[in-house]
Design a protein around this ligand. Structure first.
Ligand SMILES: C[S@@+](CC[C@H](N)C(=O)[O-])C[C@H]1O[C@@H](n2cnc3c(N)ncnc32)[C@H](O)[C@@H]1O
Length: 261
């Protein structure tokens, strides 16, 4: 296993050099994977309720998937990323509507003024951050997000019963093919950091409990034949206390730091 600081360095190098061409979120025929991808955007809109004048920052723009959805709701699009090429890709895609900021959010501040944003969306980014990177991220968000502004984020949950096996499997596979490494973390790790910077949880919903671990039990459970029924259960359970054991979670936080900066 790589030491955490090595993982962090590796992830930084990988994402700094990432281009839109080698950024892949291909359409999947797996209904469980597709469910998760669709759900992210459904919940983003349900929880952030974007209105035309909102200033919403997308952290980790990637190929612009969230921006594409948000472009139907807001006038101006804002994004921050560590990859200059991904920012250029989004500038090209959304032209004058897009305002991008090149920044390593594990270490640095953005260019934005205090209280500049109403809302933030951060999907599929925080699981790649180191613990010190998480501190920098929430410190900076509490500076640039207005009081009572909202932050919608995705995390991987270490309380998911097979998270340890998944973590080992993905780390081994990703190390081999030089892909970035992500972390399943206990929810308390996140709470300890964001509450320090004045964020409180307004809402939490379970994402999914799908896993592709190599075992007859999970292969049988996640058989496509009964995927519709299982997905309905997943949707329902995500709104109950069972969400605590889901593989992924969506948290909506409110900034109550009352601008100490
Ligand atoms: C897995 S991709 C997710 C992209 C997009 N949110 C999505 O779901 O399609 C992670 C994104 O976060 C960006 N990123 C990774 N580390 C970062 C950092 N330290 N600071 C800013 N952006 C970072 C990457 O360049 C990439 O665009």
């Amino acid at each position: 296993m790589l030491a955490p600081y090595k993982v962090s360095e590796r992830n930084t190098v990988y994402y700094t050099n990432l281009t839109a061409e080698n950024f892949s979120f291909n359409h999947s025929h797996n209904p469980f994977i597709q469910y998760n991808r669709d759900k992210q955007f459904r919940l983003m809109i349900n929880y952030l309720k974007p209105s035309p004048d909102d200033r919403i920052l997308c952290v980790g723009v990637g190929s612009g998937r969230e921006l594409e959805i948000l472009s139907n709701y807001v006038e101006k699009l804002y994004g921050v990323d560590i990859s200059e090429k991904l920012l250029l890709h989004c500038s090209d895609k959304f032209k004058g509507r897009f305002d991008g900021c090149l920044c390593n959010l594990e270490k640095d501040k953005t260019i934005y003024d205090v209280d500049y944003f109403d809302k933030v969306v951060c999907l599929n980014v925080l699981p790649y951050f180191s613990k010190s990177g998480m501190h920098n991220f929430f410190r900076e968000m509490s500076r640039i997000v207005q009081d009572n502004g909202e932050l919608f984020m995705f995390i991987l949950n270490a309380h998911f019963p097979v998270s340890e096996a998944l973590q080992k499997q993905s780390q081994k596979n990703r190390q081999k093919c030089s892909k970035p490494i992500y972390y399943y973390r206990p929810i308390s790790d996140y709470v300890n950091v964001f509450s320090r910077y004045g964020f409180v949880v307004r809402n939490a919903e379970g994402g999914d409990f799908y896993c592709d671990i190599n075992s007859w039990f999970f292969k049988y459970l996640f058989n496509f034949r009964w995927s519709k029924l299982l997905l309905r259960l997943m949707d329902f359970g995500g709104r109950t206390t069972l969400k605590r054991y889901y593989r992924s979670l969506y948290l909506t936080l409110t900034n109550q730091s009352y601008s100490q900066y």
